[in-house]
Design a protein around this ligand. Structure first.
Ligand code: NAD
Length: 459
């Protein structure tokens, strides 16, 4: 691994990654490689967890293509130094901020969207002019191998390379010095990555998880809320970091909402018999998610097929915070629903816990929207929808508190892999004011003049 990293450092030090033309060429190369190997990626994902081709396209490939296209279109603008106004001590002179690539970067991916969540951060890195070591999740082993082949065929490993493996290999990578580490995964491993990065004071982006709440207010359009919540929850069989983890529903509409949800699940033909429904990634996760289903609280679903690794879309009713399902991120197709009477109680419950990665609110009431958006802190979210915030590349994507540090997508991704260098560029000339006010000997009259000039009132 030392050899891989040293070669990348030497390559970066040649400055070859810095011209915008080079970056665009490499982004195009990545796009071509993905287009050519789309079939292989599709098969690998299907082999890993039985995902249907269209779902794979919209959740794994489309986000990568969109990110590459946006980077190609905008990298020149993002890289252009931006001027700022001069201050008394820098005037006359030109002040500006110029982005520069951080250097050799490490991207560690999770298994739940194994292509998107490994390649999209890499697009930000390449746009910024960094070199990249990618470490896909070992749990989706077929996809990891497909990504490794694709990258090896398209790129010089001194520029972009894949290291495959699990805890042992990732730990070995983290023992080395990188200039930037981008991690997506669990909060527990996020802490390990942060500690490893701290040894070298390496900047990080941590894209983590947690329980993302959804609130359905009494005035919500219930059929639409049920439709969008069911889609967001059961997409990828609930193995989505920003899926609605649980739903708080106002008592006055609780039964009606549950019925709408059940109707939606039936109509969408999510379920055990439906070969379109994504598998749980492995037996361990299947067992973990199945154990969160309290059969006494099942409103619909509740069936587990261990051999097929499928859990039927499950809605739990009358759940409360003491239930086991509320003790951890569900990360599977099980949706606990909680009844509320007063929205202030919902706000207070959410505030007592870790800041979520996402929050969704279904209401058309402006006051309710204002209240939730101003009272609660969370990574990002949607009103009258769920999950779709991730599809707009102009919206920075990331968590807050334990749900993450930093953000990416579009320019935010470019920024995360860049250092913004502040520059003052002055003529080699001096002015009378500079002679008088900058250099000693100093004099109390200057203090008065300076305060007056700057509008600082006498104390
Ligand atoms: P994970 O933390 O188990 O694994 C993520 C990566 O870390 C993998 O590449 C794995 O090989 C590596 N890893 C695992 N244990 C390690 C260790 N001890 N030391 C070093 N590296 C280690 O996460 P996961 O199970 O792949 O993904 C699920 C979690 O990720 C959920 O909590 C989910 O919410 C979160 N997630 C967050 C986002 C986001 O964008 N914020 C996206 C997807 C998933």
């Amino acid at each position: 691994m030392q050899d891989v990293i040293s070669r990348q450092r030497a390559y970066f030090d040649t400055n070859v990654t810095k011209p915008i033309s080079f970056r665009i060429e490499q982004l195009l190369r990545l796009k071509r490689a993905l287009e050519q190997r789309e079939g292989v990626l599709q098969e690998a994902i299907a082999a890993d967890y039985g995902k249907q081709r269209y779902e794979t396209f919209i959740t794994e490939l489309l986000p990568v293509y969109s990110e590459i296209d946006a980077a190609i279109a905008n990298v020149a603008a993002w890289s252009t130094p931006s001027p700022v106004a001069s201050s008394p001590f820098t005037s006359p002179g030109r002040c500006y901020v110029m982005p520069e690539p951080l250097g050799v970067s490490l991207v560690i991916g999770p298994w739940n969207y194994p292509v998107q969540l490994t390649i999209v951060p890499a697009v930000g890195a390449l746009a910024a002019g960094c070199t990249v070591v990618l470490k896909p999740s070992e749990i989706t082993a077929n996809t990891s191998a497909a990504i490794a082949n694709l990258i090896a065929e398209a790129f010089d490993p001194a520029y972009v390379t894949v290291v495959e493996g699990g805890v042992r290999e990732t730990s070995a990578l983290l023992a080395h010095k990188f200039d930037m580490i981008f991690f997506t995964g669990s909060v527990a491993v996020g802490r390990i990555v942060y500690q490893a990065a701290a040894k070298n004071l390496t900047p990080v982006v941590l894209e983590l998880g947690g329980k993302s709440p959804t609130i359905v207010a009494p005035d919500a359009n219930l059929p639409l809320a049920a439709r969008r919540i069911a889609w967001a929850k059961f997409l990828n069989a609930g193995q989505t970091c920003i899926a609605p983890d649980y739903v708080n529903v106002h008592r006055s509409i609780y039964e009606e909402f549950l019925d709408a949800l059940a109707k939606e699940i039936a109509a969408s033909r999510y379920g055990l018999e439906n070969h379109n429904f994504v598998r749980i990634v492995n037996a361990r996760n299947l067992e973990r998610v199945a154990a969160l289903i309290d059969q006494r609280k099942v409103f619909t679903g509740g069936l587990v097929d261990v051999d097929q690794r499928v859990i039927a879309p499950t809605v739990l009713r009358d759940v409360n915070w003491g239930d086991r399902v509320m003790g951890e991120e569900v990360f599977g197709p099980v949706l606990p629903t909680l009844v509320y009477d007063d929205i202030d109680d919902v706000v207070s419950q959410i505030k007592q816990r870790d800041k979520p990665l996402a929050l969704y609110l279904f209401t058309e009431d402006a006051g309710t929207k204002r209240k939730i958006l101003s009272d609660l802190s969370f990574g990002g979210g949607a009103i009258n929808d769920a999950v779709v915030q991730v599809t707009n590349g102009d919206l920075p994507f990331g968590g807050v508190g334990t749900s993450g540090i930093g953000s990416y997508h579009g320019e935010a991704g470019f920024r995360s892999f860049s250092h913004y260098k502040s520059i003052v560029d002055r003529e080699a000339l001096t002015t009378a004011e500079e002679q008088q006010f900058r250099y000693s000997p100093y004099n109390d009259d200057y203090l008065k003049i300076m305060r007056q000039t700057l509008g600082i009132r006498p104390g």
